[in-house]
Design a protein around this ligand. Structure first.
Ligand code: GLN
Length: 525
């Protein structure tokens, strides 16, 4: 959002410089939990190119050793900002390296819990924290104090567990306050951000709505038109509603019915988004076009590609048909990018990192000569959900399970035909309905039915049947990187199986998938 004020200029911001630790994003997360806005950038960030002034800076942990030849180092200009700095693990080692090179390989690695012993009770960093459990994860250690620093905390194995500059508010800690295993880690981060950096705790979705609407209006200007695809999922709905609040009818939403959406989905979206949320929506029925292209295709990767390419084609064609009342051309494309996607593309991947760009809309932007607008790119998923509720989007939609872009096409194994999609859809509908009735929907991260193109023998009304198999999947996960199957009660499974076999023609058998991820993935294809 180029010449328009960034979120980091509007809200007091703590800058997290990422040295590649697997926990870096959690630092940002934790700060936001007590309403302080934080943004993460790679450790290679040039301070002169920042364009805004942080209230404080946190140097994250990282897998490298500061003394290694190709180790990443912070831009020394960070110290010229004259704001408080907190180095965590590698971040502290970096502070020590810069000020006297007092870092070397330790005799043994330290991984796991330790007890924090505060040596200087007057240090504002550890207020309310003595003897709390902290989490360690390091192999290198300080073997002396950096010039100008003193010790403020120790642990059994780390005589330099916490250090601070004698005069300036610069701190280093060997442990990781951002992980929940450090029982009072959040207190420490709050001490740093609120008490030491004096950051305002005003990062709330209520405040975000106001500033974001203002930002959208400034960016789009008084006349330009914006287009965006909606899917019926939470991210695209929240983004579309926010655009509607900002520019009304000048935002045009398109739902492409690709023939592999959930049962009654197009009609439902029309009702909830169009009529309910008053979003300027066009529903395009392109089911035949997609299903024609999918004819005879059984390879999962091919299915995904066909659906992705056809989507771009249909979206472009339909976008060209939209005639804005203003007579202006469409200038922007809305994209529901979230902060985890941004983190993924900017996090520090090593000294020879290449920065990944977003691939999903690249094609559309180039072909249509549109500018990208991403109003959710600073938000984590739970923040988007909260925002959605504030915008009046129903609880049910806001808490909806994720649904894959290629839709039911990858839940109908083998060839995708209209008939097969219909069977999978109906089975899925019954399954989800029963999950909701049992009050389990929000306990499960994702659930769906899959149609297996395998025939099996059954008996119904004394007649032999020879029909296909439905596999049910339900998983619990926090991050979708790993997942476990959901332990339904036997009676629940019995009820669902019986309803599916009785109500869905073409199904003779129901199975429940009890594989975790890894080794299996969440989806079957
Ligand atoms: N790589 C450094 C070490 O092993 C820092 C580790 C960390 O930041 N978690 O000590």
């Amino acid at each position: 959002m180029s010449d328009v004020e960034q979120v980091s200029s509007v809200f007091d911001t703590i800058l997290v410089l990422d040295f590649g630790s697997q926990y870096s994003h959690l630092i940002t997360r934790r700060l936001r939990e007590f309403n302080v806005y934080a943004e993460m950038l790679p450790c290679t960030q040039k301070i002169s190119e920042l364009g805004w002034k942080p209230k404080g800076v946190i140097l994250s942990g990282g897998p490298y050793s500061v003394y290694a030849e190709d180790a990443p180092h912070v831009d020394m200009d960070v110290f010229k900002l004259d704001v408080p700095i907190l180095g965590i693990c590698y971040g502290m080692q970096e502070l020590a390296w810069i000020n006297g090179k007092q870092v070397a390989r330790g005799e043994k690695r330290e991984y796991g819990p330790a007890t924090l012993k505060v040596e200087d009770a007057s240090s504002p960093l550890f207020e309310g924290m003595d003897h709390s459990r902290v989490w360690m994860s390091h192999g290198d250690k300080l073997h002396g104090l950096p010039t100008g620093y003193k010790v403020i905390a120790t642990s059994d194995n780390s005589p330099f567990c916490g250090i601070t500059h004698e005069e300036k508010p610069i701190f280093g800690i060997q442990f990781h306050p951002e992980v929940t295993h450090s029982t009072q880690g959040k207190t420490l981060l709050k001490n740093f951000a609120v008490n030491i950096c004096k950051a305002n705790q005003n990062w709330t979705m209520e405040n975000f709505i106001d500033t974001e609407i203002k930002r959208i209006r400034e960016l789009v200007g008084p006349t330009a038109e914006v287009i965006g695809a909606v899917s019926g999922g939470v991210d695209s709905t929240v983004a579309a509603k926010l655009m509607t609040e900002a520019i009304g009818e000048r935002f045009h939403a398109i739902l492409v019915d690709n023939g592999v959406l959930r049962l009654n989905e197009a009609a439902n979206v029309k009702k909830t988004l169009g009529e309910g949320l008053k979003i300027n929506l066009t529903v395009v029925d392109a089911a035949d076009e997609f299903l024609d292209k999918l004819k005879g295709v059984t390879d999962p990767e091919k299915k995904r590609k066909i659906i992705g390419n056809t989507f771009i084609h249909v979206f472009e064609r339909e976008a060209a048909k939209i005639q804005p009342k203003s007579g202006e051309e469409i200038e922007f494309l809305l994209q529901g990018t979230l902060y985890p996607d941004v983190i993924e593309s900017i996090s520090f991947k090593g000294p020879s990192q290449t920065i990944k760009t977003h691939h999903n809309v690249g094609g559309l932007l180039e072909d249509m000569k549109l500018k990208l607008i991403e109003p959710l790119r600073e938000l984590f998923k739970d923040e988007v959900r909260h925002l959605g509720e504030l915008l009046g989007i129903s609880h049910e939609l806001v808490w909806r399970h994720p649904f894959p872009g290629p839709g039911i096409a990858i839940r109908v194994l083998g060839e995708v035909t209209r008939e097969q999609v219909e069977i999978a859809r109906k089975a899925d509908f019954i399954y989800i309905e029963e999950i909701r009735k049992a009050g389990l929907y929000n306990k499960i991260s994702q659930a769906f039915a899959c149609l297996l193109p395998v025939k099996s023998v059954g008996v119904m009304g004394d007649q032999r049947t020879y029909e296909q198999v439905i596999a049910l999947r339900a998983i619990e996960t926090t991050d979708f990187m790993t997942a476990d199957w959901f332990p339904f009660e036997h009676d629940f499974l019995k009820r669902v199986a019986s309803r599916i076999v009785n109500e869905v023609d073409g199904v003779a058998r129901v199975t429940y998938d009890i594989t975790s991820k890894p080794p299996a993935t969440v989806e079957w294809e």
